[in-house]
Design a protein around this ligand. Structure first.
Ligand code: FES
Length: 166
C-alpha cells in the first residue's frame, strides 16, 4: 500500500508542479499582453535633462512625433511670463510647429523663422511677424529637479499655460 501511495503522491506532485509552471508562464504572458509596448512608453513620456542645454542655442527633441524646442535663455533675452525658471536659469519650452500651418521653424540668430510663409517667433516663442496667429504651443511637462518629463502636466506647466491664456 505504501508503494502505491508513494506512486500516487508522486503523480500528484508532478501534476501540481506542471500546473504551477504552466500557471506562472500564463501570468508572464498575460503581463506582457497588458504592458504597453516599449514604443508606446517612449511615445508617451520623454525626459529631458535641462542641465546639459547650452544657453542661446535651442535644442530640438522629439515627443509623440512632434519637435520640441528647448531654449536656455541668455541674460540678454527678454523676460517672459512663459519662462520656465529652474534655479537661476530661464527656459523656453515649445512645440516646434508653426502655429500658422504647421511647418517647423528654424532658429536664425535670435528668432525662429518659418520658411513656409515668413512667420517669426522670438526667443519666448511669441509670434512677432507674419501670419502665425498665436505663440508656439506649450507641451505639457512636469519638472523633476533639472529634468522635465514631457507628457505630464506639472504645476509649472499649469502656471505658464494660465499666464499664456491671460
Ligand atoms: S506655416 Fe509658418 S508661416 Fe505659414
Amino acid at each position: 500500500m505504501s508503494k502505491e501511495t508513494n506512486r500516487r503522491d508522486f503523480i500528484g506532485y508532478s501534476f501540481a508542479a506542471v500546473a504551477a509552471v504552466g500557471g506562472a508562464a500564463s501570468l508572464v504572458g498575460m503581463k506582457q499582453a497588458w504592458d504597453p509596448l516599449p514604443s508606446v512608453l517612449a511615445g508617451g513620456f520623454t525626459e529631458i535633462d535641462l542641465s546639459t542645454v547650452k544657453a542661446g542655442t535651442p535644442e530640438t527633441f522629439v515627443w509623440r512625433g512632434k519637435p520640441i524646442f528647448i531654449l536656455k535663455k541668455t541674460a540678454e533675452m527678454e523676460n517672459s511670463t512663459r519662462d520656465l525658471k529652474i534655479g537661476e536659469d530661464r527656459f523656453t519650452v515649445a512645440i516646434g510647429l508653426c502655429t500658422h500651418l504647421g511647418c517647423i521653424p528654424a532658429w536664425k540668430k535670435d528668432t525662429w523663422k518659418c520658411a513656409c510663409h515668413g512667420g517669426e517667433f522670438n526667443a519666448s516663442g511669441k509670434q512677432t511677424f507674419g501670419p502665425p496667429p498665436r505663440p508656439l504651443d506649450l507641451p505639457p511637462f512636469e519638472v523633476k529637479g533639472t529634468t522635465i518629463v514631457l507628457g505630464n502636466e506639472g504645476p509649472e506647466y499649469k502656471d505658464i499655460a494660465a499666464a499664456m491664456m491671460a
